[in-house]
Design a protein around this ligand. Structure first.
Ligand SMILES: NC(=O)c1ccc[n+]([C@@H]2O[C@H](COP(=O)([O-])OP(=O)(O)OC[C@H]3O[C@@H](n4cnc5c(N)ncnc54)[C@H](O)[C@@H]3O)[C@@H](O)[C@H]2O)c1
Length: 337
């Protein structure tokens, strides 16, 4: 079996954790990363692996057909894990086109290049294409319901980001059905952990609290997200990539539903402990105008991956969030001294 893996978007938050995880667990696997290095990507996230013999970084855009075709003709790629995407809902509300280009067109370009290269190698049905998707494709759940997203739930994306991810998922499935490609898709809930881009909710809460600035929380703060620790997600992705069934979809959740307000309060409690001051960081929490089309609640049913592949999230939220806050505080102290 060809053990080389193309990981797109490797300089981003989740993919950089995934690359470190795979490098440690399968040192013999050759990993190649393509990343456009948008504002969200940083080679700093790859410092731990960048000089490894079995690791290779190439800057480029997955939506650039010539560039991607050249990569597939130059290298014998055993499988693709497609993380590369514009990932921030707020940005998608202001600039839809970039999201369509990277998330949909980029996925289509990768699929086409992989199909052609693997067809020529006579291994179209064995080489894997793993699409990294999101629970947001399923839409929004009611606050009063106890419904969860399972894999049979019809897609109902409600913002340009989730619509672009849903479109990409459909393309992936179509390449499996039409051309017999060995595709698999996973949809995870919100990830948290070290080294997430500062524009996302948890880093924003921590950074603003440390700066003594208002901590912005959308609307009434009651929107619910289900949080999974990033390395738990990486464990799930490893299992899905290696053992998931062709054309199947697997949902990955943390079993940690928190309102945004609750989350901010928990983080402030940790900061009050790590960086005690004259006042509680909670006093900085400020409710601001709601996000347009703000999905109310996400909750992921991960029983399929649990039963089929034996995965469950292993990091208790209290432990994961403490480690995460501690990491940001350490980074903060490094730059402020
Ligand atoms: N963060 C989450 O909570 C979460 C939850 C579920 C699913 N996802 C999905 O996981 C994937 C990674 O999310 P993340 O939060 O780590 O994202 P991120 O924004 O931290 O990283 C995205 C990376 O992709 C790169 N990129 C963007 N467009 C590109 C292009 N056209 N060509 C090549 N590289 C490009 C960026 O430079 C960046 O390094 C995304 O597909 C996202 O939809 C994220």
């Amino acid at each position: 079996m060809n053990k080389s893996m193309l990981v797109t978007g490797g300089a981003g938050f989740i993919a950089s954790h995934f690359i470190r995880y795979i490098r440690q667990k399968y040192p013999e696997t050759h990993i190649m990363t393509i990343d456009k290095l948008t504002y969200a990507g940083s080679k700093k996230n790859l410092e731990a692996v960048i000089d490894d013999e079995n690791y290779h970084f190439i800057e480029g855009d997955i939506a650039d057909e010539q560039f991607i075709n050249d990569i597939f003709s130059e290298y014998d790629i055993g499988g693709v894990v497609n993380f590369a995407a514009e990932s921030h809902v707020d940005r998608s509300i202001k600039d839809v086109k970039t999201f369509i280009e990277s998330n949909m067109l980029g996925t289509a370009v990768l699929l086409q290049a992989a199909r052609e290269a693997w067809n020529n190698a006579d291994e179209l049905d064995t080489r894997r294409f793993h699409q990294i998707s999101t629970d947001e494709v399923y839409g929004s759940l009611g606050l009063d319901s106890d419904e969860k997203f399972n894999e049979r739930k019809p897609y109902d994306p409600r913002n340009p980001y989730s619509a672009s991810k849903a479109g990409a998922d459909m393309l992936v499935k179509s390449f499996g059905h039409t051309y017999g490609m060995n595709v698999v898709t996973s949809s995870s809930s919100n990830n948290y952990g070290p080294a997430q881009h500062e524009e996302k909710l948890i880093p924003t809460i921590i950074a603003n609290a440390l700066k003594g600035q208002p901590i912005p929380i959308y609307g009434d703060g009651k929107n619910v997200r289900d949080w999974v620790y990033v390395t738990d997600h990486c464990e799930a992705l490893d299992l899905i990539y290696h053992n998931g069934k062709t054309l199947e979809k697997y949902n990955v959740g943390g079993g940690n539903e928190k309102t945004n307000h609750e989350l901010a309060m928990m983080i402030c409690d940790i900061l009050d402990h790590l960086k005690p001051g004259q006042y509680s960081h909670k006093e900085l929490i400020t409710f601001i105008d709601d996000r347009q089309g703000h999905d109310r609640r996400y909750s992921v049913d991960y029983s399929k991956i649990k039963n089929a592949l034996g995965w469950t999230p292993s990091t208790p939220f209290e432990k994961g969030i403490y480690k995460t806050v501690e990491w940001y505080v350490n980074q903060w102290e490094k730059v402020s001294h």
